[in-house]
Design a protein around this ligand. Sequence first.
Ligand code: SAM
Length: 367
Amino acid sequence: MPHLKPVTPAQAIWNQRDQVLKSSDRLRDLCEAVDWQNDLSLSQWTQWFTLALEFQPDLIIELGRGRGNSTCLFTEAANQLGNCRVVSFCLSTDWDELTKPRVAQIVPDSWFDCLEARIGDLLATDVPALLGTSQRILLLWDAHGYEIADFVLGAVLPLLKDRVHLVVMHDISDTRYAGTERAYRENRLWRGNNDGSIRLVLGHLNSAVEQAVAIVDFTSRNHLTLHSSDHSLHTELTPTQTQELQQQLGEFFSICGHWFYFSLNEKPDEEPIYFPAFSYEAILQDQANRQTFKTELQSCQQQLEQTQSQFQQLKTELEQSQNQLKQAEAGLSHAQAIIAAMESSKFWQLRKQWFQLKKAIGLSSSE
Ligand SMILES: C[S@@+](CC[C@H](N)C(=O)[O-])C[C@H]1O[C@@H](n2cnc3c(N)ncnc32)[C@H](O)[C@@H]1O
């Protein structure tokens, strides 16, 4: 494999700016049909669309389709390129149920021919079959978590190594350009995807997704450059070019991308590349173990709740018994007080003396 410099975002948008203008109505219509710009803005659509046109892949792999922003822009690029297929992966059925029917109103039926939208766990993919004889592969890595990072770095990249490829990673910002927050703002440390708004800062990467950790580890071990879209757009375009793009493309252009990219093609052949292990069986086993643990935990929680409710019942019964005992004690004290009062009364003294007298004169001894 020859030692190749990857296509850059700045080069792509500059070289493909006329194509963006020609495609602007289509891109806007598709973007409106997806109606999910919080996953990908129109300017990010343009950055990936021009990257695909410039790179000219014969296969685009989309890991993570969601509502289908990237699905649409890559399928549009594949239609324009010809001889390019898009294989898209997602657990969600949103594409089939929500987005595809709306997109079908904008594009001809043949537009969907180059797209294969799979539903299911991408970790189970037969990667050699997926790649087939493709020689130029654009991979979008937009599904998150360490298992997917294991899959991309351990199962896909070893097979991409000897083909021309480019890997694009979403949801990572470049602190040198993106004006990202540095303060913790009362937040604890980032612990993984589920930490919501808490973000991780690694060098100039700012992200909330685990693949940021995995890719810094991977590129550091392999002395590989992890490129930033923002760095490319800020440093490769001259001020005049930037101004021209802003004027020509308007909302389709931004100098910020919030995505990173890399390619093993940059490594000279003689240098080794180290890949992590990937085993789908091991992941299934981990998932099964986690499920067993979860079920056991739920059962322990149920038992704990039962024991707590039994304890509460016993406590109530004990309190009732203590109250009854107190009442009985109070009744006893009251009776004893009455007896003592009776015994000290004049009538009682006379009664007592009368019985003593009766006893003395031999009438009767019982009271
Ligand atoms: C951030 S969204 C993708 C957004 C999309 N690229 C876009 O441009 O609109 C990530 C998607 O990855 C999918 N995903 C996560 N884990 C997955 C897995 N193991 N297999 C398949 N899809 C997965 C989720 O269902 C989710 O829809």
